[in-house]
Design a binder for this molecule. Structure first.
Ligand SMILES: *Cc1c(COP(=O)(O)O)cnc(C)c1O
Length: 400
């Protein structure tokens, strides 16, 4: 593509065009589909060229831990969709968070994080980073005063995920970006639930966006991968340096799956949102359901904020049923179509009991405070016919 000078530049192209065409450089073979570069290293024309590549004097491929054309194509395409200068792909979503932290923090620094974040991220902050003298204070996602009060002189990062899992609390990204910058901190937003098809945190003021590509970017539950997205200065410097030297790299095959996933991301997200909206509205009027959490419902306390910072309300919802844990388990065990698994972002609808799975290690008081009651069920709505999803749930709801 780069060889055709009359082609439009990326800045002039729309989201859907970038999703299909950005980032890939066609090889001499003239392939139309993007190639998978399954190679660990690259050959040079001379010793002098090898030296120039290694010293950085000449751009080009060196070794696939940190330079691979398929991985780079995925990085450029995702960066274009997030409206960012730079993206660095990683082996997993957790690898992306670790890489972003190692690249931007040092011993003695402090993180303020929403407590409503992915369970493994809590363990990473609380247990692993703590051993390297990086402390974390957890605060309520929606309480701006609590965020402000938790900031110390050594705070360097604010971290959140919005909407939160599983109760779909919305963080005010623009307000938290302003707070972060007033205190010289970075705002890091895990955008796995929305993807750039529904929410672009950098435009709202965030400094770094994290992805678990495992979820909607793949979209079909096949590969594990992640990404860190942001400015050339932040992400292209020390964050890339961690991938290069620390080796938290993405494989070319996975990069190819994610690269192709980006092409259909927008239409898939629209379909996930449509199904989730219909399911949420239907659940709200079921007698056995006492509460539904979905940002697309006007009953959601932050519906207006979600509508302001997202272009769609996402594919994940949760709801409380009568009968506590027994009721929730009865509903889950009555399904025949839905998959009983904790994964999300798949074409297949998944059903989870957070209190005994994803949040099972959280102590009961903290769990209750976070809204994860014993009767709470989470559904990541897939792309099946909505009437079949409803019918599958009705089997169990009728018993409660
Ligand atoms: C799954 C997930 C992660 C971790 O991603 P992996 O690819 O499983 O390592 C991080 N954040 C969120 C919001 C997730 O859903």
């Amino acid at each position: 593509m780069a060889s055709n000078d009359d082609r439009p530049t990326d800045e002039t192209l729309g989201f859907d065009t970038l999703a299909v065409r950005a980032g890939y450089q066609r090889t001499n073979e003239g392939e139309h589909g993007e190639a998978i570069f399954a190679t660990s290293s690259y050959v040079y024309e001379s010793a002098a060229q090898a030296a120039a590549r290694f010293s950085g004097d000449e751009p080009g491929n060196i070794y696939s831990r940190f330079t691979n054309p398929t991985v780079n194509a995925f990085e450029r395409r995702l960066a274009a969709l997030e409206g960012a200068e730079r993206c660095v792909a990683t082996a997993s979503g957790m690898g992306a968070i670790l890489t972003a932290c190692l690249g931007t923090l040092k011993a003695g620094d402090h993180i303020v994080s929403s407590r409503a974040i992915f369970g493994s991220t809590v363990v990473l902050f609380d247990t692993i980073l703590a051993r390297f003298d990086i402390a974390t204070t957890f605060v309520a996602q929606t309480d701006l005063d609590a965020w402000r009060a938790a900031i110390r002189p050594e705070t360097k990062m604010l971290f959140l995920e919005t909407p939160s899992n599983p109760v779909t609390e919305i963080a005010d990204v623009a307000a938290l970006a302003e707070l972060a910058h007033a205190h010289g901190c970075l705002l890091v937003v895990d955008n796995a639930f929305c993807t750039p098809a529904l929410q672009r945190p950098l435009e709202l003021g965030a400094d770094i966006v994290i992805h678990s590509a495992t979820k909607y970017i793949d979209g079909q539950g096949r590969c594990i991968g992640g990404a860190v997205v942001g400015s050339e200065e932040l992400v292209g410097g020390d964050v890339y340096g961690i991938v290069r030297t620390g080796g938290t790299s993405m494989s070319p095959f996975n990069a190819w799956v994610f690269l192709k996933g980006l092409e259909t991301l927008r239409i898939r997200m629209e379909a996930h949102c449509r199904n989730a909206q219909r399911l949420a509205e239907w659940l709200e009027v079921q007698p056995a359901v006492t509460r539904v959490n979905y940002p697309g419902l006007t009953s959601h306390p932050q519906h207006a904020l979600a509508a302001k910072q997202q272009t769609g309300f996402g594919g994940v919802l949760s709801f409380e049923v009568k009968g506590g844990q027994a009721g929730a388990w009865r509903l889950i065990d009555s399904t025949r179509l839905l998959s009983i698994t904790a994964n999300l972002g798949d074409t297949k609808t998944t059903i989870t009991h957070p209190a005994t799975t994803t949040h099972g290690r959280v102590d009961p008081a903290a769990r209750a405070e976070a809204g994860v009651s014993d009767g709470l069920v989470r559904i990541a709505v897939g792309l099946e016919d909505i009437d079949d999803i409803k019918a599958d749930l009705l089997r169990g709801l009728d018993l409660l």
